[in-house]
Structure formats: structure tokens, C-alpha cells
Design a protein around this ligand. Structure first.
Ligand SMILES: Cc1cc2nc3c(=O)[nH]c(=O)nc-3n(C[C@H](O)[C@H](O)[C@H](O)COP(=O)(O)OP(=O)(O)OC[C@H]3O[C@@H](n4cnc5c(N)ncnc54)[C@H](O)[C@@H]3O)c2cc1C
Ligand code: SF4
Length: 496
């Protein structure tokens, strides 16, 4: 803490976003390039070094936040990068994509805006790459043990990097043609440009991790074959089995799942397609589902040139501040009004003439879809619901809809490749892969981590899962492990 009064003299300042009119005309990240570094040391100086850092507790990775705030306030970037990489394999991912539960737990946030922890993390990560503080770290010697990691999302990548650095020979199997999991084909480039992913993959290749793309385990290669060929197997296949909306008219064309829509626009960005076959250009778009996946659809539809975009949220409009009775500090308040970059764009561009402020209609429940003579969706009927989801009389309304995107969350791992059945994996009642306190499944030598076992979650949890399962696998292979395990399989976010 270079200035012990920093939190009294410096107001919070976030990384500024580019003007809405400018950024919706491209797919680059929404932030002003180069505008973070000049402000970030003063922002880090707002950290009070409070003594009991709840931010550190609230971060699933156990990031050493007060330590690197201090180092950044003193502009010791090399030491800050070392402290950050000690707990986080991919801070440039979390620095851009994490919802920052750490900031909800910041002691300063009790009565004034929290330290911009996520921005500090991003600045350290970006500076580390610029200055060459994040070189490949290949192992000094090899263990002679082999590990197959199935899935190349943040869980699989973190597990693979940890195990490779520990000296094991690691191959990552990925069914998609490119690596990265949901960070590749789910999350749009305006939230995180893909070159951040490519740079880490290059680092991992240089360390010795091997990658096999376009290989679905269970379909292109038998799960048992992997078990025979490798000393251990880590399943990190995510939880992408989507939830359905079983209302009349669902069978009409023009109604798609968010994860049918988002990958196509990401493929346009990758240069695989000229335009998306599901492009929103010129269409009236309705997104059913009020979460982050829906917001990603919103930002994408706006950039594709939709005629209008409306997002439906089943929950009532939340308050501007946390409810201290139900979600007190230092927990992460779920029910607080947040204006994401996509919502800001929708608000400023008035994409949803029917909505009050941004593009959202709250407490809205879809009743049915109507189509035209060709069987294509043309409208969506909805009704307002109370807190127990009972329809409120006289609130029915109809929205024009040529493209409907369902963003209702995910129920568990996608079982279509046969991996779960081939191995005879036990599942939890909610469909996720069951595992014991050491991340081991019921099949000897097979471990499970990330969304596949935890259920739909966040990148910060996925990286923490990857690090923890790596420690468990290392122990299984060698009898002990010096690798860190930031979480256990049953750990959950801090709640009341
Ligand atoms: C649209 C969207 C936006 C999101 N935005 C954010 C965000 O902004 N911030 C945030 O923190 N979280 C976000 N999330 C959640 C986050 O992306 C996930 O929690 C995280 O990616 C889970 O990581 P994972 O590695 O466990 O699984 P995934 O990222 O799903 O990766 C699993 C990988 O396994 C591969 N795979 C599956 N089966 C097989 C098989 N049989 N053989 C070989 N490979 C296989 C898949 O192709 C995939 O690449 C978002 C999720 C979605 C859907
Ligand atoms: S990973 Fe997320 S919770 Fe952890 S310090 Fe970074 S922004 Fe905060």
C-alpha cells in the first residue's frame, strides 16, 4: 500500500468502454485499448490492506489480491505477475470474463465502491505478456507417466498445464476443430478476443502439452482405449446439455438454442463462414432467458444488425443495491441490477421499444409461439408472473419474433458421444458426473472436473477445478503432490 489514504482520496474508476456507436460496428473487445494501464496503479492503491481479506476468500482460486494490489501500486509488475501466476494459470481470461465475486467481498465495498480487483488482475496479466514475464515453463524432467485430458475448456487447459509442468506427458483430446471450449465457440470476441486464448495455447505447446483436436472421445476413439493407453484420464467435458422450453409452437423454425446460435457467429470471426446462417440481420429477435448467455446473444444480435432485440427474464427487476437481509456482504449478490456492456448497447440504441430501460422485460414468462404458413416463427406471447411464477391477470402481450434464442441454462454433460456410458460412469441425480473427495470417479484412474462434475459454473471455478484435479491426479500417479489444490469438489460460492 504505497498510499495508506488511497481509498479516501481516489474514487473508483473502471476501465472505460468504447462509445456504443463505435463498438457495435466491430467484434473487438468493448474496452478502450491502452486505457487501463495509465489508471490502474492509483486504483490498486485504493486497497486498504484490511487485514482479513474477504476478497481472497471469495475468489475460488485464492488469488493473493492484497499482495498484488500492493505490488501494482508500487509498479513492481514482475513481482505482481509472479504472485498472480502462482494461483491462476490464465489471469487474462478471468481479468476479462470473471463476474468478480472478490469485489463483492471487498471490505471497502461495505460503504463505498470496491477496489477494481478484476481490472488490476487484467492489467497485470496483459503487462506480463508485454514484458515477457509469462514464458513457457517446461518441466526439468519427465515422470514417465501419461495423462489424457478430455476437453479443452478452462478446466482441461488448467489441468493439462499443471500436470505438464509437474513432468507428466499430457495429451488433450478435443472434439471441436479448435481448442478452448466455451471460450472459443460460446463467449463472443467482444468479451474476450481469441488471440488471448491462442497465446496461452502456444505457451502450453512450448511446455510440452500435446493437443488432439476433432477427436470426440467415445465416438472417434473409444474411452476404454484411452484408459489402456494412459496412466490416468481427466474428464473435463463441460455441461452443455441445454434446457428446453416446452411450450406450444416450439417446433416452428427460427427458434434456436443460444449454443446453436453463438458458435456460428464465432465461426464467422474465425473466418470459417462469410455470414452466420442464423444471422439476426434485419430480424426481430427475442431472447428467452435473463442470464449471461442471453446477454451474449443480445450483444451478438445487435452487432449482426437485428431490427429489434428483446431479452426476457423470468425474475422481477432487481434493486440497484444488494438486499442485506438475503444476500449480505461479503456474499456475491445475485439479485442486483447489473448493466453489462451488451445491455448498455441495447439501452442506448433502443433495440427493444417495448422494454422500459435496457432491452429486458422482467418477470416475463413465455406462453407460446405463433408462426406463418411456412411454419416459421413470427410472434411470441408472454405474460407477467408474480414471485411464485403465477400469471398476473391482464398482462399478456405479443412481441414480433422472427428469431427466438433460448438461453435457459444447462442441465449437465452432453452424453451424445457415449463417453459416460462406455466407461460406466456414475452420475449425480442432477446428471453431473459423480466423484469422491479426491475428484476420482467410480472408474479407477478416471477423474472428473469442471462443469461436467460441478454443473454449469464460471471460468474462475473451472480453472480452480483444473488445478485441484491436477493435484489429485499427480498424487494418484506419484504418491504425493506439491501442486496446489485451491478447492475441493464440494466447495461452493460463499453464501449466508
Ligand atoms: C455463452 C456462454 C457465455 C459464458 N460467459 C461466461 C463469462 O463471461 N464468464 C464466466 O466466468 N463464465 C462464462 N460462462 C461459463 C463458462 O464458460 C464455463 O463455466 C466454463 O467454460 C466451463 O469450463 P469447462 O472446461 O468445464 O467446460 P467447457 O468450456 O464447456 O469445455 C468442455 C470441452 O470439452 C469438449 N468435449 C465435450 N465432450 C467431449 C468428448 N467426448 N471428447 C472430446 N472433447 C469433448 C467440448 O467440445 C468443450 O471444448 C459462459 C458460458 C456460456 C455458455
Ligand atoms: S479470478 Fe475472479 S474472483 Fe478471483 S480475483 Fe480475479 S476477478 Fe476476482
Amino acid at each position: 500500500m504505497a498510499d495508506p489514504k488511497g481509498f479516501l482520496t481516489t474514487p473508483r474508476q473502471d476501465w472505460p468502454r468504447r462509445p456504443v456507436e463505435e463498438r457495435v460496428r466491430d467484434w473487438d473487445e468493448v474496452y478502450v485499448p491502452g486505457a487501463l494501464l495509465p489508471i490502474i496503479s492509483k486504483q490498486a492503491d485504493r486497497c486498504m490492506d484490511c487485514g482479513i481479506p474477504f476478497c481472497h476468500e471469495a475468489c475460488p482460486l485464492g488469488n493473493l489480491i492484497p499482495e498484488w494490489n500492493d505490488l501494482v501500486s508500487r509498479e513492481d509488475w514482475r513481482a505482481a505477475a509472479d504472485r498472480l501466476h502462482a494461483t491462476n494459470n490464465f489471469p487474462e481470461f478471468t481479468g476479462r470474463l470473471c463476474p468478480a465475486p472478490c469485489e463483492a467481498g471487498c471490505v471497502l465495498a461495505i460503504n463505498q465502491p470496491a477496489v477494481t480487483i478484476k481490472n488490476v488482475e487484467c492489467a497485470i496479466a496483459d503487462r506480463a505478456w508485454e514484458e515477457g514475464f509469462a514464458p513457457p515453463r517446461p518441466p526439468d524432467r519427465l515422470s514417465g507417466r501419461t495423462v489424457a485430458v478430455i476437453g479443452s475448456g478452462p478446466t482441461g487447459l488448467a489441468a493439462a498445464q499443471q500436470l505438464t509442468r509437474a513432468g507428466h506427458t499430457v495429451a488433450v483430446y478435443e472434439r471441436d476443430d479448435r481448442l478452448g471450449g466455451l471460450m472459443r465457440y460460446g463467449i463472443p470476441a467482444f468479451k474476450m478476443e481469441k488471440h488471448h486464448l491462442e497465446r496461452r495455447l502456444e505457451q502450453m505447446r512450448a511446455e510440452g502439452t500435446r493437443f488432439r483436436t476433432s477427436t470426440a472421445v467415445g465416438r472417434d476413439i473409444g474411452a476404454d482405449e484411452l484408459r489402456t493407453r494412459y496412466d490416468a484420464v481427466v474428464i473435463a467435458t463441460g455441461a452443455t446439455a441445454w434446457r428446453e422450453l416446452p411450450v406450444p409452437g416450439r417446433e416452428l423454425t427460427g427458434i434456436h438454442q443460444a449454443m446453436e446460435y453463438l458458435p456460428l457467429s464465432n465461426r464467422v470471426g474465425e473466418g470459417d463462414l462469410e455470414t452466420s446462417p442464423l444471422s439476426a440481420a434485419g430480424k426481430h429477435v427475442v431472447i428467452v432467458g435473463g442470464g449471461d448467455t442471453g446477454a451474449d446473444c443480445l450483444g451478438t444480435a445487435v452487432r449482426e444488425g437485428a431490427a429489434s432485440v428483446t431479452q426476457l427474464d423470468i425474475y422481477a427487476l432487481p434493486g440497484a443495491e444488494r438486499d442485506e437481509d438475503t444476500e449480505p456482504w461479503p456474499t456475491y449478490p445475485v439479485r442486483v441490477y447489473r448493466l453489462s456492456a451488451a445491455h448498455e448497447e441495447a439501452r442506448d440504441l433502443r433495440t427493444a421499444p417495448v422494454a422500459d430501460a435496457d432491452a429486458r422485460l422482467f418477470a416475463a414468462s413465455t406462453l407460446r409461439f405463433d408462426g406463418d404458413a411456412q411454419g416459421h416463427v413470427r410472434s411470441l406471447h408472454l405474460v407477467e408472473v408474480d414471485e411464485r411464477r403465477r400469471p398476473v391477470d391482464g398482462t399478456g402481450r405479443t412481441l414480433p419474433a422472427d428469431l427466438v434464442l433460448l438461453a435457459l441454462g444447462f442441465s449437465g454433460p452432453d452424453r451424445r458421444d457415449g463417453l459416460v456410458d462406455q466407461l460406466g460412469l456414475e452420475l449425480e441425480p442432477r446428471g453431473t458426473i459423480a466423484r469422491d473427495a479426491g475428484f476420482a470417479t467410480n472408474v479407477p484412474g478416471v477423474f472428473a472436473a469442471g462443469d461436467a462434475a460441478r454443473g454449469q459454473s464460471l471460468i474462475v471455478w473451472a480453472i480452480a477445478e483444473g488445478r485441484a484435479v491436477a493435484a489429485a491426479v499427480d498424487r494418484h500417479l506419484t504418491g504425493g503432490s506439491a501442486l496446489p489444490a485451491p478447492i475441493g469438489p464440494y466447495d461452493r460460492p460463499m453464501v449466508v
